[in-house]
Design a protein around this ligand. Structure first.
Ligand SMILES: NC(=O)c1ccc[n+]([C@@H]2O[C@H](COP(=O)([O-])OP(=O)(O)OC[C@H]3O[C@@H](n4cnc5c(N)ncnc54)[C@H](OP(=O)(O)O)[C@@H]3O)[C@@H](O)[C@H]2O)c1
Length: 279
C-alpha cells in the first residue's frame, strides 16, 4: 500500500508529446551484467522502479548488455514503462542494423525515445529515426552529448525543429546547460533528459562533511542523493532525471525526490550552499 501511494505521488512532466515521471533510471554500467544472479538483481530493480513510479528507463548499445538485460527484466511489464535508447555507430546500414537490434533486445515493437548518442553520425541517423517516428514505432527522436563543447551543435539541431528531446548533464557541479541550452529547449518545447544527475555517484561519495538535511525533512527529503535530485528538478525546464543504480533500495530512495514537488527558493539555495561546504 505504501509503495502504491508513492507511485501515485510521482510528479510527471512533458517530454515532447510524452508525459514522463520526473525520476527515471539510467543503465550505464549498472545493467551491463550477464550472470544469472546479477540479472536477478536487475529484475528486482525493475520491480522497484514499477512500484515507485520510476517508469522511464534509458539505455544505449554503448552500455554493453544493458538493452538485453532491461528487455529480460521487464517480465511482461513493458506496458508500464517508457523505454529510451540510442543509436551509436557510423554509417546508414550499420545504423539500421543497430536500431533494429534495440527493438529485439528490448523485446518490443515500440521505443518511446530514440536518441543519437553523442551526436555520432547524426546526419545519417536522424532520417532513419524520423521515418520510424512517422511509422509510429518511435515516440520521440532525440540527441545526447556529455561534453559542453557539443552544445552549439546540439542547439543548431534543436533549432531545426527535428527533435523532441535532448539529453545533457546537469547537476550541482555541471551547470553549463542552464544559460543557453535549457532556455532554447523551453522555447522550442523540447524535452530535457538529465544524465549524470549524481555526477556518476561522486556528488554523494565525495562528501568531505555531512550536509545538513534537517531543513529538507518537511519536504520528504532525507538523504543527500534525494536533495541533489530535488535540486535539479526544481528547474522546471527539466523533464526527467535518470540516476543509475545497481541497488533496488536506491531506486526507492531516488524516487522520493520526484514525489516532493519543486523546492522553494530558500531550500534550493540551502542545497547549493551545502554542496559548496561539503564537497
Ligand atoms: N552521452 C550520453 O548519452 C550519456 C552519458 C552519461 C550518462 N548517460 C545516461 O545517464 C545515466 C545516469 O548517469 P550515470 O549513470 O553516469 O551517473 P549517475 O546516475 O549520476 O550516478 C550513478 C552512480 O550513482 C550511484 N547512486 C545512485 N543512487 C544513489 C543514491 N541514492 N545514493 C548514493 N549513490 C547512488 C550509483 O551507485 P550504486 O550502483 O552503488 O547505487 C552509481 O554508481 C546513465 O546511466 C545513462 O543512462 C548518457
Amino acid at each position: 500500500m505504501g509503495s502504491l501511494r508513492k507511485k501515485e505521488n510521482m510528479e510527471h512532466r512533458n517530454l515532447a508529446n510524452l508525459k514522463v515521471p520526473v525520476v527515471g533510471m539510467g543503465t550505464s554500467r549498472t545493467f551491463d551484467v550477464s550472470s544469472d544472479s546479477d540479472i536477478a538483481v536487475r529484475s528486482k530493480i525493475i520491480n522497484s522502479c514499477a512500484t515507485s513510479g520510476v517508469t522511464f528507463i534509458d539505455s544505449s548499445p554503448m552500455y554493453g548488455e544493458s538493452e538485453r538485460v532491461v528487455g529480460l527484466s521487464l517480465h511482461g511489464q513493458r506496458h508500464s514503462f517508457q523505454l529510451a535508447t540510442k543509436v551509436w555507430c557510423t554509417g546508414r546500414e550499420q545504423g539500421i542494423v543497430q536500431i533494429d537490434r534495440s527493438f529485439q533486445l528490448f523485446q518490443t515493437d515500440h521505443i518511446d525515445v530514440f536518441q543519437v548518442h553523442n551526436l555520432v553520425d547524426w546526419r545519417t541517423h536522424l532520417p532513419a529515426l524520423e521515418r520510424l517516428k512517422e511509422e509510429g514505432r518511435v515516440g520521440v527522436v532525440g540527441i545526447t552529448h556529455y561534453i559542453t563543447s557539443a552544445y552549439p551543435e546540439m542547439m543548431e539541431i534543436m533549432r531545426t525543429g527535428r527533435i523532441g528531446a535532448v539529453q545533457v548533464p546537469y547537476n550541482l557541479w555541471e551547470r553549463d546547460c542552464e544559460s543557453r541550452l535549457l532556455p532554447l529547449a523551453e522555447e522550442m518545447g523540447i524535452g530535457v533528459i538529465v544524465m549524470r544527475p549524481l555526477g556518476r555517484g561522486e556528488l554523494v561519495t565525495g562528501l568531505k562533511h555531512q550536509p545538513d538535511l534537517a531543513p529538507l525533512a518537511g519536504h520528504g527529503i532525507h538523504t543527500w542523493a534525494q536533495a541533489i535530485l530535488a535540486w535539479i528538478l526544481s528547474d522546471h525546464r527539466v523533464s526527467v532525471v535518470i540516476p543509475a543504480s545497481s541497488r533496488p533500495e536506491r531506486i526507492v530512495e531516488n524516487a522520493a525526490a520526484g514525489q516532493c514537488g519543486p523546492l522553494p527558493q530558500e531550500l534550493w539555495a540551502h542545497v547549493s550552499r551545502e554542496a559548496e561546504r561539503c564537497l
